[in-house]
Design a protein around this ligand. Structure first.
Ligand SMILES: Cc1ncc(COP(=O)(O)O)c(C=O)c1O
Length: 477
């Protein structure tokens, strides 16, 4: 039974008391003093060890896997081995970006022009644009309201004769329903691609994400929990898929079968499939190899702080954390994402609350991304294609999809970057205080922004009406 249900009445009393005890104060966005101005942990992180390996790569005389072998093992190949081992996966191919990872994964599992791929309606645009770039059709699928990951029921309804793959994204701070998606993919004999760009190191039933489907695709872009500025990787247990993925990322080449000789290439030409150059550089691989050793410890700290902060916000009736299914054994927080309680924030849109929190905390707080059926950056019809039949025009038009749960998430959810979860307890407490202060000031915020509160104010002068709180989104299973 969820913790909040077990605690029953006690929870409600705590919430009421907490709301009444917060002194009302002018919001920082209206010229008041911010709750926190002591700064936040820097991201990305680098230390003397990182500097050492970057300099080693810099002076090695070899900056890419496609450069001649110097007699020293490439960072790229070492990272591939280490990342495969970290995930307990048979194979890993490093790539230039998360987008490259997705393109390579889609092609390697056999997605072709005209095929359909299920993509969640709430995710970064690259998930859908990488499908459209292949001439395939992204079918936008609505999300579960509590995890914000793709809904398996909606996915089941969206499967048709042309469905060639399912792309499940583990979003922000949780993991999609892998048991159900693995079963669905098996039932329909469709490959499951796990997009793990936001979930490096998370575990579902004891196994890392990325190893449950056919391919796990990762991004190591600047904001990610394992980063080299830009970069990516794909992992798989399937040897044939691995062979294709190697060639897809290096112009049809793969690692030499024999030990490479100095001054010769470490890649041999195969050309069984049309590849392109999407290789990770030696400098990037050196950074990833170094930072990988800290990933578990950083994830654990973020997990402890994330659950603690989520608990504070829930106890105070302010917001609820993304649900963590019971199968998730270790959680990765890429963003700390919560759903605001309308009752606490006068029904203000998350964008307005996010701006006020940014002013209180000195860190960028944002609403979740726009749903892909109305995202400014997702424009498959504006791609320079010729021969776009009227049927393809219809199929690629994002506005044909209805995504009510994504819309709702856009209105009510907001995110903080994961670096805040690497801070100390005082800083984490300050985040909860800032939420409380903004809730108290939400009436004035509504007036100042010209938005009418859609719900009667509950803060400062009228304590939150806990009886009206819907607890169904909170807590862990
Ligand atoms: C879920 C998801 N997939 C794919 C990508 C694309 O990764 P990249 O920016 O490295 O191309 C991102 C990047 O934010 C992402 O969040």
């Amino acid at each position: 039974m969820p913790l909040h249900q077990a605690s029953g009445i006690k929870y409600l009393q705590t919430a009421e008391k907490a709301m009444c005890n917060v002194p009302s104060a002018r919001l920082a966005i209206h010229g008041g003093s911010p709750v926190w101005n002591s700064g936040w942990p820097k991201w990305p992180r680098a230390d003397a060890g990182t500097e050492r390996v970057v300099l080693e790569a810099l002076h090695s005389g070899r900056w890419s896997i496609s450069g001649c072998h110097t007699g020293v093992r490439s960072f790229e190949r070492r990272f591939a081995e280490e990342f495969a081992a970290y995930n307990n996966s048979a194979y890993c191919v490093p790539t230039a970006s998360g987008s490259a990872s997705l393109s390579i994964a889609l092609e390697a599992v056999g997605v072709r022009h005209g095929d359909e791929v299920l993509v969640p309606g709430l995710t970064w645009v690259a998930c859908a644009s990488s499908v459209a770039a292949l001439g395939a059709v992204p079918v936008l699928v609505d999300i579960e309201p509590d995890t914000l990951c793709m809904s398996v029921d909606a996915a089941r309804k969206a499967i048709g004769p042309k469905t060639a793959a399912i792309m499940l994204v583990h979003l922000y701070g949780t993991v999609g329903n892998l048991d159900a998606f693995v079963a669905l993919a098996e039932e329909h004999e469709i490959p499951l691609i796990e997009d793990c760009a936001q979930a490096h190191g998370a575990r579902w039933r004891g196994r890392r994400v990325g190893t449950h489907g056919k391919v796990g695709a990762f991004s190591m872009q600047h904001s990610k929990v394992l980063t080299s500025g830009e970069g990516g990787a794909v992992i798989t247990d399937d040897f044939d898929v691995y062979e294709r993925m190697q060639q897809l990322r290096a112009d049809g080449r793969r690692y030499c079968s024999d030990e490479p000789r100095p001054r010769f290439m470490e890649l041999e030409e195969v050309g069984q499939i049309q590849g392109r150059n999407r290789c990770l550089s030696e400098l990037q691989a050196a950074i990833l190899l170094d930072r990988l050793q800290y990933l578990d410890a950083e994830n654990s700290l973020r997990e402890v702080n994330g659950e603690y902060l989520g608990g504070l916000l829930q106890q105070r009736g302010l917001a609820v954390l993304q649900r963590r299914p019971s199968q998730v054994e270790s959680r990765t927080f890429y963003h700390f994402c919560v759903r605001l309680r309308d009752e606490a924030f006068c029904g203000l849109p998350s964008a307005i609350v996010a701006e006020a929190l940014t002013a209180e905390l000195g860190v960028l707080v944002e609403p979740v991304d726009d749903p892909l059926n109305r995202h400014r950056l997702y424009n498959p019809l504006k791609s320079p294609r010729t021969d776009l039949s009227s049927q393809m025009r219809y199929l690629l038009d994002p506005s044909r999809f209805d995504l009510p749960n994504c819309d709702d998430a856009k209105r009510t959810c907001l995110t903080l970057p994961h670096a805040v979860l690497l801070a100390n307890k005082d800083a984490i407490d300050a985040i909860a205080t800032a939420f409380e202060k903004v809730a108290q000031g939400s009436k004035s915020l509504a007036q100042a922004t010209g938005g009418q509160p859609s719900i009667q104010a509950t803060s400062a002068d009228s304590p939150i009406s806990v009886a009206s709180i819907d607890l169904s989104w909170s807590g862990n299973e």
